[in-house]
Design a protein around this ligand. Structure first.
Ligand code: ATP
Ligand code: MG
Ligand code: FE
Length: 335
Protein backbone atom coordinates (compact mmCIF):
# COMPACT_ATOMS: atom_id res chain seq x y z
CA UNK A 1 0.00 0.00 0.00
CA UNK A 2 1.46 3.32 -1.07
CA UNK A 3 0.15 6.53 0.49
CA UNK A 4 0.78 10.11 -0.61
CA UNK A 5 0.30 12.41 2.38
CA UNK A 6 0.02 16.15 2.88
CA UNK A 7 0.58 18.08 6.12
CA UNK A 8 -0.07 21.81 6.59
CA UNK A 9 -1.57 22.18 10.07
CA UNK A 10 0.81 24.83 11.37
CA UNK A 11 3.98 26.27 9.89
CA UNK A 12 5.33 23.38 7.82
CA UNK A 13 4.15 22.61 4.28
CA UNK A 14 4.96 18.96 3.75
CA UNK A 15 4.34 16.08 1.38
CA UNK A 16 5.56 12.48 1.61
CA UNK A 17 5.09 9.18 -0.15
CA UNK A 18 5.42 6.12 2.08
CA UNK A 19 4.94 2.41 1.37
CA UNK A 20 3.26 0.13 3.92
CA UNK A 21 3.58 2.66 6.72
CA UNK A 22 7.31 2.16 6.78
CA UNK A 23 9.33 2.61 3.62
CA UNK A 24 9.81 6.32 2.89
CA UNK A 25 10.01 6.99 -0.85
CA UNK A 26 10.14 10.73 -0.25
CA UNK A 27 9.58 13.13 2.64
CA UNK A 28 9.69 16.83 1.78
CA UNK A 29 9.24 19.53 4.45
CA UNK A 30 9.27 23.26 3.69
CA UNK A 31 9.41 25.06 7.02
CA UNK A 32 8.34 28.68 7.54
CA UNK A 33 10.36 29.11 10.73
CA UNK A 34 12.65 31.77 9.25
CA UNK A 35 9.70 34.00 8.43
CA UNK A 36 7.89 33.47 11.75
CA UNK A 37 11.12 34.05 13.69
CA UNK A 38 10.88 37.71 12.67
CA UNK A 39 7.49 37.99 14.39
CA UNK A 40 8.40 35.92 17.45
CA UNK A 41 5.68 33.36 16.71
CA UNK A 42 3.41 31.95 14.04
CA UNK A 43 1.16 34.58 12.44
CA UNK A 44 -1.80 32.57 11.07
CA UNK A 45 -2.43 34.86 8.07
CA UNK A 46 1.20 34.74 7.05
CA UNK A 47 1.29 30.97 7.54
CA UNK A 48 -1.63 30.29 5.22
CA UNK A 49 -0.22 32.55 2.53
CA UNK A 50 3.13 30.76 2.66
CA UNK A 51 1.37 27.39 2.43
CA UNK A 52 -0.40 28.56 -0.72
CA UNK A 53 2.94 29.66 -2.18
CA UNK A 54 4.78 26.44 -1.29
CA UNK A 55 2.39 23.51 -1.42
CA UNK A 56 2.48 22.78 -5.17
CA UNK A 57 6.26 22.80 -5.32
CA UNK A 58 6.46 20.60 -2.22
CA UNK A 59 4.08 18.04 -3.74
CA UNK A 60 5.92 18.08 -7.10
CA UNK A 61 9.23 17.54 -5.33
CA UNK A 62 7.87 14.64 -3.24
CA UNK A 63 6.46 12.91 -6.34
CA UNK A 64 9.66 13.46 -8.29
CA UNK A 65 11.91 12.20 -5.48
CA UNK A 66 9.74 9.10 -5.00
CA UNK A 67 10.23 8.28 -8.67
CA UNK A 68 6.61 7.24 -9.13
CA UNK A 69 3.47 8.91 -10.49
CA UNK A 70 0.51 10.00 -8.39
CA UNK A 71 -1.42 7.46 -10.47
CA UNK A 72 0.59 4.72 -8.71
CA UNK A 73 -0.43 5.58 -5.13
CA UNK A 74 -3.34 3.86 -3.38
CA UNK A 75 -4.76 6.83 -1.48
CA UNK A 76 -4.24 10.47 -0.54
CA UNK A 77 -3.94 11.19 3.19
CA UNK A 78 -4.12 14.69 4.62
CA UNK A 79 -4.24 16.43 7.99
CA UNK A 80 -7.84 17.47 8.59
CA UNK A 81 -7.19 18.92 12.07
CA UNK A 82 -6.42 20.09 14.67
CA UNK A 83 -4.44 23.13 13.58
CA UNK A 84 -4.76 26.63 12.17
CA UNK A 85 -7.84 26.85 9.96
CA UNK A 86 -6.19 28.80 7.11
CA UNK A 87 -3.16 26.53 7.10
CA UNK A 88 -5.17 23.31 7.20
CA UNK A 89 -7.37 24.54 4.39
CA UNK A 90 -4.48 24.69 1.93
CA UNK A 91 -3.50 21.06 2.54
CA UNK A 92 -7.11 19.86 2.41
CA UNK A 93 -7.69 21.55 -0.96
CA UNK A 94 -4.44 20.16 -2.36
CA UNK A 95 -5.38 16.64 -1.21
CA UNK A 96 -8.88 16.88 -2.67
CA UNK A 97 -7.52 18.18 -5.95
CA UNK A 98 -5.12 15.23 -6.28
CA UNK A 99 -7.78 12.73 -5.22
CA UNK A 100 -10.21 14.17 -7.77
CA UNK A 101 -7.75 14.33 -10.63
CA UNK A 102 -6.34 10.83 -10.09
CA UNK A 103 -9.51 9.09 -8.81
CA UNK A 104 -7.95 8.16 -5.46
CA UNK A 105 -9.66 7.63 -2.11
CA UNK A 106 -9.15 10.28 0.59
CA UNK A 107 -7.94 9.60 4.11
CA UNK A 108 -8.62 12.44 6.57
CA UNK A 109 -6.09 12.18 9.41
CA UNK A 110 -5.94 13.55 12.95
CA UNK A 111 -2.63 15.41 13.43
CA UNK A 112 -1.91 13.95 16.87
CA UNK A 113 -2.49 10.42 15.65
CA UNK A 114 0.14 11.17 13.00
CA UNK A 115 2.63 12.25 15.69
CA UNK A 116 2.09 8.91 17.47
CA UNK A 117 2.16 6.74 14.31
CA UNK A 118 5.38 8.50 13.29
CA UNK A 119 7.15 6.04 15.58
CA UNK A 120 6.33 3.22 13.15
CA UNK A 121 8.92 4.75 10.81
CA UNK A 122 11.70 3.69 13.19
CA UNK A 123 10.23 0.63 14.90
CA UNK A 124 7.24 -1.70 14.67
CA UNK A 125 4.41 -0.44 16.84
CA UNK A 126 3.28 -3.16 19.24
CA UNK A 127 -0.14 -2.51 20.69
CA UNK A 128 -1.35 -1.94 23.33
CA UNK A 129 0.87 1.07 23.87
CA UNK A 130 1.06 4.27 25.83
CA UNK A 131 2.02 7.50 24.06
CA UNK A 132 3.19 10.68 25.70
CA UNK A 133 2.14 13.41 23.27
CA UNK A 134 3.95 16.67 23.93
CA UNK A 135 3.78 19.33 21.24
CA UNK A 136 3.04 22.97 20.45
CA UNK A 137 -0.70 22.49 20.89
CA UNK A 138 -1.08 19.26 22.89
CA UNK A 139 -0.01 17.54 26.09
CA UNK A 140 -1.71 14.18 26.47
CA UNK A 141 -1.15 10.72 27.87
CA UNK A 142 -2.80 8.39 25.38
CA UNK A 143 -3.59 4.68 25.69
CA UNK A 144 -4.01 2.83 22.40
CA UNK A 145 -5.40 -0.69 22.76
CA UNK A 146 -4.99 -1.26 19.01
CA UNK A 147 -4.27 0.79 15.90
CA UNK A 148 -7.84 2.05 15.76
CA UNK A 149 -8.53 2.99 19.37
CA UNK A 150 -7.48 6.03 21.30
CA UNK A 151 -8.12 6.79 24.95
CA UNK A 152 -6.88 9.98 26.59
CA UNK A 153 -5.92 9.08 30.17
CA UNK A 154 -4.75 12.57 31.04
CA UNK A 155 -4.32 15.91 29.32
CA UNK A 156 -3.46 19.52 29.97
CA UNK A 157 -6.15 21.61 31.62
CA UNK A 158 -4.77 24.80 30.14
CA UNK A 159 -1.64 25.47 28.05
CA UNK A 160 0.27 22.87 26.06
CA UNK A 161 3.84 22.22 27.15
CA UNK A 162 5.30 23.50 23.85
CA UNK A 163 3.29 26.70 24.22
CA UNK A 164 4.76 27.17 27.71
CA UNK A 165 8.30 26.62 26.36
CA UNK A 166 7.69 29.18 23.62
CA UNK A 167 6.26 31.79 26.03
CA UNK A 168 9.04 31.38 28.58
CA UNK A 169 11.59 31.66 25.77
CA UNK A 170 9.96 34.93 24.78
CA UNK A 171 10.35 36.32 28.31
CA UNK A 172 14.03 35.38 28.11
CA UNK A 173 14.31 36.97 24.62
CA UNK A 174 15.50 33.71 23.09
CA UNK A 175 13.39 33.87 19.91
CA UNK A 176 11.01 31.45 18.18
CA UNK A 177 10.63 28.49 18.40
CA UNK A 178 11.61 28.64 22.05
CA UNK A 179 11.72 24.92 22.91
CA UNK A 180 15.09 24.10 21.33
CA UNK A 181 16.62 27.33 22.67
CA UNK A 182 15.58 26.62 26.28
CA UNK A 183 16.75 23.04 25.88
CA UNK A 184 20.21 24.28 24.90
CA UNK A 185 20.43 27.08 27.47
CA UNK A 186 19.35 24.84 30.36
CA UNK A 187 21.66 21.95 29.51
CA UNK A 188 23.61 20.87 32.58
CA UNK A 189 22.41 23.90 34.56
CA UNK A 190 21.02 23.46 38.08
CA UNK A 191 17.38 24.45 38.68
CA UNK A 192 17.75 26.68 41.74
CA UNK A 193 14.74 29.00 41.50
CA UNK A 194 11.49 28.01 43.17
CA UNK A 195 8.51 28.19 40.81
CA UNK A 196 4.86 27.27 41.42
CA UNK A 197 4.12 23.53 41.25
CA UNK A 198 1.33 22.57 38.83
CA UNK A 199 -2.04 21.71 40.41
CA UNK A 200 -4.59 19.59 38.56
CA UNK A 201 -8.08 18.16 38.99
CA UNK A 202 -7.73 14.80 37.25
CA UNK A 203 -5.21 12.30 38.57
CA UNK A 204 -3.23 12.12 35.32
CA UNK A 205 -3.97 15.61 34.04
CA UNK A 206 -1.33 18.25 33.40
CA UNK A 207 -1.13 22.02 33.80
CA UNK A 208 1.41 24.56 32.63
CA UNK A 209 -0.23 27.98 32.76
CA UNK A 210 0.45 28.55 36.48
CA UNK A 211 4.08 27.68 35.95
CA UNK A 212 4.29 29.99 32.93
CA UNK A 213 2.78 32.87 34.95
CA UNK A 214 5.17 31.98 37.76
CA UNK A 215 8.11 32.60 35.45
CA UNK A 216 6.64 35.96 34.34
CA UNK A 217 6.08 37.01 37.95
CA UNK A 218 9.57 35.93 38.93
CA UNK A 219 11.05 38.15 36.22
CA UNK A 220 8.78 41.09 37.12
CA UNK A 221 9.65 40.79 40.79
CA UNK A 222 13.36 40.80 40.07
CA UNK A 223 13.02 43.86 37.82
CA UNK A 224 10.96 45.73 40.41
CA UNK A 225 13.45 45.04 43.16
CA UNK A 226 16.39 45.76 40.90
CA UNK A 227 17.70 42.22 41.44
CA UNK A 228 19.48 40.25 38.77
CA UNK A 229 18.78 36.64 37.84
CA UNK A 230 20.50 34.09 35.69
CA UNK A 231 18.67 33.28 32.42
CA UNK A 232 20.01 29.73 32.23
CA UNK A 233 19.07 28.98 35.84
CA UNK A 234 15.56 30.30 35.22
CA UNK A 235 15.26 28.25 32.03
CA UNK A 236 16.45 25.14 33.88
CA UNK A 237 14.08 25.79 36.79
CA UNK A 238 11.12 26.12 34.41
CA UNK A 239 12.15 23.02 32.48
CA UNK A 240 12.66 20.83 35.55
CA UNK A 241 9.29 21.80 37.03
CA UNK A 242 7.45 21.23 33.74
CA UNK A 243 9.14 17.91 32.95
CA UNK A 244 8.80 16.58 36.51
CA UNK A 245 5.07 17.23 36.25
CA UNK A 246 4.92 15.20 33.03
CA UNK A 247 7.05 12.34 34.34
CA UNK A 248 5.07 12.16 37.57
CA UNK A 249 1.74 11.79 35.77
CA UNK A 250 3.10 9.42 33.13
CA UNK A 251 4.54 7.04 35.72
CA UNK A 252 1.25 7.10 37.65
CA UNK A 253 -0.78 6.47 34.50
CA UNK A 254 1.33 3.58 33.31
CA UNK A 255 0.55 1.60 36.42
CA UNK A 256 -3.14 1.52 35.45
CA UNK A 257 -2.59 -0.18 32.06
CA UNK A 258 -0.75 -3.14 30.55
CA UNK A 259 1.29 -2.02 27.54
CA UNK A 260 4.08 -3.36 25.36
CA UNK A 261 5.55 -0.02 24.44
CA UNK A 262 5.81 3.51 25.76
CA UNK A 263 6.59 6.13 23.17
CA UNK A 264 7.17 9.84 22.83
CA UNK A 265 5.42 11.94 20.20
CA UNK A 266 5.24 15.61 19.15
CA UNK A 267 7.74 18.43 18.85
CA UNK A 268 8.68 18.59 22.54
CA UNK A 269 9.73 14.92 22.31
CA UNK A 270 12.90 16.39 20.81
CA UNK A 271 13.79 17.78 24.25
CA UNK A 272 17.06 16.30 25.50
CA UNK A 273 16.22 16.56 29.21
CA UNK A 274 12.86 14.84 28.72
CA UNK A 275 14.62 12.03 26.90
CA UNK A 276 17.09 11.64 29.77
CA UNK A 277 14.23 11.46 32.25
CA UNK A 278 12.39 8.89 30.13
CA UNK A 279 15.51 6.73 29.84
CA UNK A 280 15.98 6.86 33.60
CA UNK A 281 12.32 6.14 34.43
CA UNK A 282 12.06 3.16 32.08
CA UNK A 283 15.46 1.52 32.38
CA UNK A 284 14.20 -1.09 34.85
CA UNK A 285 10.67 -1.49 33.50
CA UNK A 286 9.39 -4.24 31.24
CA UNK A 287 7.76 -1.92 28.70
CA UNK A 288 9.87 -1.12 25.65
CA UNK A 289 10.73 2.59 25.55
CA UNK A 290 10.79 4.26 22.14
CA UNK A 291 12.50 7.61 21.76
CA UNK A 292 12.08 8.76 18.17
CA UNK A 293 14.89 10.69 16.45
CA UNK A 294 14.31 14.43 16.04
CA UNK A 295 13.17 14.34 12.41
CA UNK A 296 10.37 11.99 13.47
CA UNK A 297 9.20 14.32 16.28
CA UNK A 298 8.59 17.55 14.41
CA UNK A 299 5.84 18.16 11.85
CA UNK A 300 6.30 16.22 8.60
CA UNK A 301 4.12 14.36 6.13
CA UNK A 302 5.71 10.91 6.42
CA UNK A 303 3.96 10.54 9.77
CA UNK A 304 0.64 11.42 8.10
CA UNK A 305 1.31 8.71 5.52
CA UNK A 306 1.88 6.14 8.29
CA UNK A 307 -1.36 7.13 10.03
CA UNK A 308 -2.92 7.00 6.53
CA UNK A 309 -1.68 3.45 6.02
CA UNK A 310 -3.38 2.29 9.23
CA UNK A 311 -6.51 4.27 8.31
CA UNK A 312 -6.50 2.57 4.89
CA UNK A 313 -6.34 -0.85 6.52
CA UNK A 314 -9.23 0.16 8.78
CA UNK A 315 -11.13 1.50 5.75
CA UNK A 316 -11.44 4.90 7.39
CA UNK A 317 -11.98 6.71 4.09
CA UNK A 318 -13.27 10.25 3.86
CA UNK A 319 -15.10 12.11 1.13
CA UNK A 320 -15.12 15.40 -0.71
CA UNK A 321 -17.72 16.99 1.60
CA UNK A 322 -15.25 17.09 4.48
CA UNK A 323 -13.44 20.33 5.16
CA UNK A 324 -10.65 21.37 7.51
CA UNK A 325 -11.58 21.10 11.19
CA UNK A 326 -9.35 23.15 13.51
CA UNK A 327 -10.78 21.54 16.67
CA UNK A 328 -11.06 18.02 15.27
CA UNK A 329 -11.44 15.26 17.88
CA UNK A 330 -9.78 11.92 17.23
CA UNK A 331 -13.05 10.04 17.07
CA UNK A 332 -14.73 12.65 14.78
CA UNK A 333 -12.53 11.78 11.86
CA UNK A 334 -15.26 10.14 9.77
CA UNK A 335 -17.99 12.73 10.42
P1 ATP B 1 0.48 20.27 17.47
O1 ATP B 1 1.29 19.12 17.00
O2 ATP B 1 0.03 20.13 18.89
O3 ATP B 1 -0.62 20.65 16.55
P2 ATP B 1 2.65 21.85 16.50
O4 ATP B 1 2.50 21.00 15.30
O5 ATP B 1 2.84 23.31 16.38
O6 ATP B 1 1.44 21.56 17.51
P3 ATP B 1 5.06 20.50 16.83
O7 ATP B 1 5.52 21.00 15.52
O8 ATP B 1 4.75 19.07 16.99
O9 ATP B 1 3.82 21.33 17.35
O10 ATP B 1 6.11 20.95 17.92
C1 ATP B 1 6.53 22.29 18.01
C2 ATP B 1 6.77 22.59 19.46
O11 ATP B 1 7.84 21.78 19.95
C3 ATP B 1 7.15 24.04 19.70
O12 ATP B 1 6.42 24.51 20.81
C4 ATP B 1 8.64 23.94 20.03
O13 ATP B 1 9.10 24.97 20.88
C5 ATP B 1 8.72 22.58 20.70
N1 ATP B 1 10.06 22.01 20.68
C6 ATP B 1 10.81 21.66 19.61
N2 ATP B 1 12.03 21.21 19.99
C7 ATP B 1 12.05 21.26 21.35
C8 ATP B 1 13.00 20.95 22.36
N3 ATP B 1 14.21 20.48 22.07
N4 ATP B 1 12.64 21.15 23.66
C9 ATP B 1 11.43 21.61 23.99
N5 ATP B 1 10.50 21.93 23.09
C10 ATP B 1 10.79 21.76 21.80
MG1 MG C 1 5.29 23.02 13.85
FE1 FE D 1 2.53 18.84 15.32
Amino acid sequence: ITILAIESSCDESACAIVRNGKEILSNVVATQIEVHEKFGGVLPEVASRLHVEQISAVIDEAVEKAGISVADVDAIAYTRGPGLIGSLHVGVQAAKTLAWAYHKPLLPIHHIKSHIFANNLITNLKFPLLALVVSGGHSEIVYMKDDNSYEILGQTQDDAIGEAYDKVARVLHLGYPGGPKIDKLAKGVESLYKLPQPKTQGEFDLSFSGLKSGVLQFVDRCKRKGETYDDATLAASFQETALNEIMDKLVKAIDTVEVNQVLLAGGVAANSRLREKMDEAFKDRKEELILPPLWVCTDNAAMVAVAGYFAYKNEAFGDFSQSAKPSLKVMDIQK
